[in-house]
Design a binder for this molecule. Structure first.
Ligand code: LMR
Length: 334
């Protein structure tokens, strides 16, 4: 073999080794909401932190607005490895067979974020994430969005105002029962299709944290919004377990640190984003924003309380009791 050929071969091998060393590990992070929401901003923050802390060894590509996968498909895509990271709402794990997360959907179970964090940042939250492992999924963190409020095209002041209304819900049986307790007709619709469903009258109303309502422009097709803050909506940030455990240990450690910092950031901005959204909705003048009185709020609480009794078995009575113990909520007292 000529010396020149050997030299060219060596150069080629060296270059491809360098190329290989420089090829970043790509993490596709798919989600269904807009980029300018608590989850959207949290995902972007994680992408930036991950690049910084891994010094470019990992590259997080964020796909917002159901651009890659919709509600129904995204968990399957994660299990198959078509994407590596998601942050579905806790109300969307039922179809996967982990219905315990629906404990977060019970109406009025958390008075505020501080109460909620006792669960998400404590042993109950950790035990729930561990339930994903047999499904090939690893839970990394909980990210907040906020508390949901009802909207419709007719005023909502009493529970009776929602009677007979077709209400869009996420795929949670607990939320389904919550809507039935109000006499409304729940319909599961993927997040990406909600605006159109409201616009065309497929459904009459829905429930959302304000950041989701505003960034999807749902307020433009809903005349009335009542700040009931009756239920929580937040996320589990999850990864394909095999992919995660197969990462080089140093990169995985750096990504864990990036996730820790992103969680602090996402949870810090969540309330701010929802406050900004409320201002935006008010300014738009398209929706009347109603703040219920204490008595009106209590009427909603009482009307929805039977959900706690009817759906206790869905998530497990013990789990529900352990959450009540932390939050002080007692449906029997309503
Ligand atoms: C919804 O479907 O309403 C939410 O789960 C969307 C989201 O990810 O916040």
């Amino acid at each position: 073999m000529k010396i020149r050929t050997v030299f060219i071969g060596l150069v080629a091998v060296t270059f491809s080794a360098i190329a290989l060393a420089q090829t970043p590990i790509v993490i596709k992070f798919s989600h269904v909401v807009a980029a300018d929401t608590p989850k959207g901003k949290g995902a972007e923050f994680f992408a930036k932190k991950a690049a910084e802390l891994t010094k470019g060894k990992a590259k997080v590509e964020v796909y917002p607005n159901s651009a890659l996968y919709k509600d129904k498909e995204e968990l399957e895509a994660l299990q198959l490895g078509a994407v590596q990271m998601l942050a579905p709402s806790l109300a969307k794990f039922g179809p996967l067979g982990v219905k315990e997360f629906e404990a977060f959907d019970f109406p009025y179970i958390f008075d505020d974020t501080a109460e909620l964090h006792r669960i998400t940042q404590g042993p109950i939250g950790a035990a729930l994430l561990a339930k994903l492992e047999p499904k090939g999924i690893k839970g990394l963190a909980y990210w907040d969005n906020g508390f949901k409020s009802f909207s419709a095209n007719t005023p909502i002041k009493t529970p009776a105002d929602l009677k007979g209304k077709k209400m869009r819900i996420q795929s949670s049986k607990v939320i389904e029962e919550q809507m039935r307790s109000l006499g409304s007709l729940p319909q599961v619709i993927g997040f990406g299709e909600v605006y159109q469903a409201l616009q065309t009258g497929v459904v009459d109303g829905t429930e959302n944290p304000l950041s989701n309502l505003y960034t999807q422009k749902m307020h433009e097709v809903q005349k009335h919004l009542t700040l009931t803050n009756h239920g929580y909506l937040g996320y589990a940030v999850i990864v394909n377990k095999k992919f995660w455990e197969g990462l080089p240990a140093d990169v995985r450690g750096q990504l864990e640190q990036a996730m820790k910092e992103s969680t602090v950031y996402a949870n810090k901005i969540a309330q701010e984003e929802n406050d900004i959204a409320l201002e935006g909705v008010k300014k738009s003048g398209k929706t009347t924003v109603y703040v219920p009185t204490k008595e009106e709020k209590l009427a909603f609480k009482k009307a929805m309380a039977p959900t706690h009794i009817k759906m206790a078995d869905r998530v497990g009575k013990d789990l529900l009791q352990s959450i009540y113990k932390e939050t002080g909520f007692d449906p029997a007292k309503l």
